[in-house]
Ligand binder design. Structure first.
Ligand SMILES: *[C@@H]1O[C@H](CO)[C@@H](O)[C@H](O)[C@H]1NC(C)=O
Ligand SMILES: *[C@@H]1O[C@H](CO)[C@@H](O)[C@H](O)[C@H]1NC(C)=O
Length: 472
């Protein structure tokens, strides 16, 4: 019998294959105790822990021995041995839950199918389906067989829960005949998301303890430039995994139809492991459990960088003005990140650039949750006025600290003297109004000026100049 390769050494090799995806992405903990910012508060790419995403997740099996009443199965030993040792399997004894329970190599628990006697051989198939509940970035899928490895089996994935099943990898001693594919281990550029067929794991030996491991990026040339390959980023993404067991390996003596022989052929798997990270697009370092509206428990990313959504696949309301992007090692793509704001300030601070002032800010294409007119909010177009008040004030305060006295013109939701005063204290030297002028007409200007005078007096300022940036 073949010896069993220990998981630790084995997965080490797999990590090496996908350096660009697994290793250099893990940054040190920084500002706020999270890995999404460095110690200077600059946003940086962050990713959740590497984990076995299948652990304790129930796999659905289309066939399990004992489910249709106790059946007899016999131990596969050797072709020469005429008398086989047989026993019964009972309901739940080899339940699919044993595929993803704690895997003890010395005393493995296992899932087992019915036997060839119950007609599980080709063209019938047995499917094992794993629903992850959200998107994961898959590094490897590893199976630990208790029976001989199948002659043919395939791995499929879904990228979305309601999406089609996409072939991920085929394993077969008869690639051409069974799957119509050549036996290959590498793809070429331009075809990197094609499923391959390998004969590597299809021998009948060992009779127990054989592994099969599918490393999602192995043999795909762009793996070493993973950040730049949108194709491979999609390739490693999966919400569901299916293993289709298509054909049993045999010694060929089943053709004689001896019952004990037929009962010695069945599928049995001791463990399924999924080396993966919760997919958060570089915007979260943690994936937490959340209870959905239907009461089901799901994993969701704890998003940073002003992103939102189960995979941090969107911008937070108010942070839509720059398009959403996946974080890379060089740029976290936070909504106008601190780095980018510093860049802008550095340029306009230069004398030779001759910038006289900065207007902050423009309208917003975001749809904040507290909008009154929900129906109209579905229409395309920009929002101005009150919905962007807070956002613009925050941006003014941030830029004020970075600019060397270059005047800021504050815009966004100014309706009253109080609103204008907030903008001034955040750093605006001048304010501009659009929306409130449309709704209130010119008298609103006089009202704002009157209110401003009162507010300045109350705080003991002699003029507006003195109040500029006092909140920042
Ligand atoms: C098994 O999976 C394959 C591939 O997704 C599918 O075509 C087939 O219908 C499934 N069979 C069963 C019994 O669920
Ligand atoms: C303000 O936003 C609108 C809509 O997004 C855009 O068309 C326009 O160019 C922006 N104005 C400036 C000065 O950036």
């Amino acid at each position: 019998m073949c010896s069993i390769v220990p998981l630790t050494i084995f997965s080490f090799g797999l990590f090496g294959l996908s350096v660009s995806q697994s290793v250099d992405q893990t940054p040190a903990t920084g500002w706020g105790g999270i890995r999404c910012y460095d110690k200077f508060r600059n946003p940086q790419r962050c990713i959740p822990e590497f984990e076995n995403a299948a652990f304790n997740v129930l796999i659905e099996a289309t066939n399990t021995c004992g489910d249709n009443g106790p059946i007899e199965f016999c131990r596969q030993t050797d072709i020469s041995e005429v008398k086989k040792s047989c026993q019964l399997c009972y309901p739940n004894q080899h339940h699919a839950k044993y595929l993803t329970d704690f895997h003890n190599q010395d005393e493995p628990t296992r899932w087992q199918s019915e036997t060839m006697m119950e007609n599980i051989q080709h063209p019938n198939q047995v499917n094992l389906t794993l629903h992850l509940g959200k998107a994961f970035d898959i590094t490897y899928i590893r199976l630990w067989f208790y029976c001989p490895r199948p002659e043919s089996f395939a791995i499929y994935k879904r990228t979305k829960e309601d999406g089609p099943w996409i072939p991920y990898q085929y394993y077969s001693a008869s690639c051409r005949d069974t799957y119509g594919l050549p036996d290959t281990t590498r793809t070429i550029r331009g075809e990197e998301t094609r499923a391959l067929c390998k004969s590597e794991y299809s021998d009948i030996s060992p009779l127990t303890g054989g592994n099969a491991a599918f490393s999602t990026l192995e043999g795909r040339p762009s793996a070493y430039n993973f950040d730049a390959s949108a194709e491979l980023q999609e390739w490693v993404t999966a919400t569901d995994i299916r293993i289709t067991l298509d054909r049993l390996n045999t010694f060929g003596e089943e053709v004689f139809g001896v019952e004990q022989v037929l009962r010695s052929y069945f599928y049995a798997i001791a463990d399924v492991a999924l080396g993966a990270r919760c997919k958060c697009n570089g915007h979260a370092s943690e994936c937490i459990s959340s209870i959905g509206m239907d009461g089901s428990r799901r994993r969701v990313c704890k998003c940073e960088h002003n992103t939102a959504g189960p995979d941090c696949n969107d911008c937070l309301p108010f942070y839509h003005d720059a398009p959403w992007k996946r974080a890379t090692a060089k740029n976290a793509h936070e909504y106008l990140s601190y780095e980018e704001r510093k860049d802008i300030a550095e340029i306009i601070n230069k004398k030779e650039c001759k910038v006289d002032g900065l207007i902050i800010s423009n309208t917003t294409i975001s749809r904040p949750e507290n909008l009154h007119c929900k129906k109209e909010a579905l229409e395309a177009g920009d929002l101005s006025g009150r919905p962007l008040k807070e956002m613009s004030t925050i941006m003014i305060a941030d830029m004020y600290k970075l600019l060397n006295g270059i005047p800021i013109i504050g815009v966004g939701g100014i309706d009253s003297g109080e609103d204008a005063y907030e903008k001034i204290k955040a750093g605006a030297k001048v304010v501009q109004i659009y929306t409130s002028l449309i709704y209130n007409g010119p008298p609103v200007v006089t009202q704002i000026k009157k209110d401003l005078v009162k507010l300045l007096e109350k705080d003991g300022y002699k003029n507006i100049e003195e109040a500029v940036g006092k909140r920042s």
